[in-house]
Ligand binder design. Structure first.
Ligand SMILES: [Zn+2]
Length: 488
């Protein structure tokens, strides 16, 4: 996944999110993380979480390699800490056996009366070229209060936190009311036909028969200028859909150019796309978000956010002002952007074909077909064919129930007193789309904290503050205990 929730990184990803390329300036390399204390697990559990984290990061679990290696590590730790074969399911994908999922279940005392609560966390990472990094990406480096390595913030930190917390509950002899499931999954970063949760929901529904899903991908806490800002809970996300714009032409010899040219025709269409803006809109989640965020703002920004929070009818002027900020813009309407071009086969031949890839994030209530129609209107040239690329999964909103928000707020407050809990819509994409689409209320809640000015998911020299990591583990343990007991 995924970039921080409300900024389009939350991808979820460059495959599903936009990589935030960051150069590691010497100053930044030596700067210890901001000192933001919070409760941590007992020493033995900290050690366990550290070791699981280290071992996972040191496996290059990218799409082409798969997740066999990371799956084996998790199974080893669960077995070494008291889980039996009947509680651990290793589920490789039938068509893609290198994509292995691991489902671990801590049984509840209510014998399934209440549907289980399930954590989903992906074990794969986007790739990293050693020559682009200052440190070896697939080595777990501990330096200056940081853990460095690919996946340290997306999302092997959360994988380790979920595993170490489930083991701690087991060791404490804790028996929840309802089953607690941890599904460690494959191939989120590509998120298509080899996606783990999509496979499990289809091929092994009994293993993942949850009534509530918690997805820690992308982390929830937001830090700005060394201060904690808020704790987000993702309730919905924009739909990730890609289209192609393609033009064909009879081509010919470049010594005799004609007025009709596939590349020029495509270029004109792209300029029209560049100038087009999808209509501004809000939904239940973003109105709540603006209401909360306005509290931290002043002046015109504050009044604009309050104007948007106040009514489903959008204040166009307020929206236009806020949309000047890239992140705000990404949650105020659908967006489509050209990301790749392909044209021509030879230098001295007029191009017979020109194709652009247009990557869109559409608002949850908009349809894939409707957006395609809009794009065809924007392009306004019948010679430019607009077509959908690949499969698309869409899902609506998982409105935050008062019980869930109350339980979450209690746990957040026990960790970081007074931190506002803010429902958000993600512009990035994550596996919650599959569980939501399967009808399971799913929430993006991870104990980790993103420094909004130093986001390195999918980027170079990815890192996680050591203190934040241990707080993430403690938070996950407390939330598991809270949601494992049904009365909460
Ligand atoms: Zn992720």
């Amino acid at each position: 996944m995924h970039f921080p929730r409300y900024s389009p990184r939350h991808e979820f990803g460059a495959s599903l999110c936009i990589a935030a390329m960051l150069t590691l300036t010497p100053a930044m390399a030596d700067t210890p993380p901001p000192n933001l204390p919070g409760p941590m697990p007992p020493a033995a559990n900290r050690k366990l979480a550290h070791d699981i984290f280290r071992d996972l990061v040191e496996v290059r679990s990218v799409h082409d390699v798969g997740t066999r290696g990371t799956a084996a590590i998790l199974v080893k730790y669960f077995k070494a800490n008291g889980f039996t074969d009947s509680e651990i399911q290793v589920l490789p994908e039938t068509k893609y056996p290198r994509q292995v999922n691991v489902v671990v279940r801590l049984k509840g005392k209510d014998k399934g009366k209440d549907k289980p609560v399930m954590w989903i966390s992906h074990m794969d990472v986007v790739d990293a070229r050693p020559q682009d990094w200052t440190l070896p990406p697939f080595k777990f480096t501990e330096r200056d209060g940081w853990f460095y390595g690919r996946g340290t913030s997306d999302m092997k930190d959360e994988d380790a936190a979920v595993a170490a917390s489930l083991i701690r509950l087991k060791k404490e002899g804790y028996v929840p009311d309802r089953d607690i499931i941890a599904a460690f999954t494959a191939d989120e970063e590509v998120g298509q036909e080899q996606d783990g949760p999509a496979f499990l929901l289809k091929a092994h529904p009994a293993a993942v028969n949850a009534g509530l899903v918690i997805n820690p991908d992308g982390n929830s806490g937001e830090i700005l200028n060394g201060r904690r800002l808020d704790f987000t809970v993702e309730t919905t996300q924009k739909t990730y859909v890609t289209y192609t714009f393609s033009v064909t032409n009879k081509g010919g010899h470049s010594s005799e150019p004609r007025p009709d040219n596939a590349i020029y025709e495509l270029a004109h269409a792209l300029v029209r796309l560049e100038r087009y803006r999808f209509p501004f809109k809000t939904n239940a989640t973003t109105r709540l978000y603006f209401e909360q965020l306005a509290k931290t703002q002043a002046g015109r920004t504050r009044s604009d956010m309050l104007a948007l929070a106040a009514s489903p009818t959008v204040d166009e002027a307020a929206a236009a002002r806020l949309a000047k900020d890239v992140e705000m813009n990404s949650i105020l309407h659908s967006t489509c952007v050209a990301t790749m071009l392909n044209a021509g086969v030879q230098e001295n031949a007029l191009p017979a074909r020109a194709v652009a890839t247009v990557q869109c994030r559409i608002m949850p209530d908009e349809t894939v077909a409707g957006t395609q129609t809009t794009l065809a209107k924007v392009v306004d040239d019948p010679a430019v064919k607009v077509a959908q690329l690949g499969m698309v999964t869409q899902a609506g909103e998982s409105p935050p129930s008062p019980q869930l928000l109350a339980a979450l707020t209690q746990v957040v407050d026990s960790m970081w007193p007074g931190m506002p809990v803010v429902p958000v819509m993600s512009a990035g994409a994550s596996d919650s789309i599959f569980t939501r689409n399967a009808g399971i209320p799913s929430y993006g809640i991870g104990g980790g904290w993103n420094d909004l000015k130093d986001i390195r998911m999918h980027g170079r020299n990815e890192r996680m503050s050591q203190s934040t990591f241990y707080q993430t583990v403690e938070f996950t343990y407390r939330l598991m205990k809270k949601l494992g007991d049904v009365q909460s």
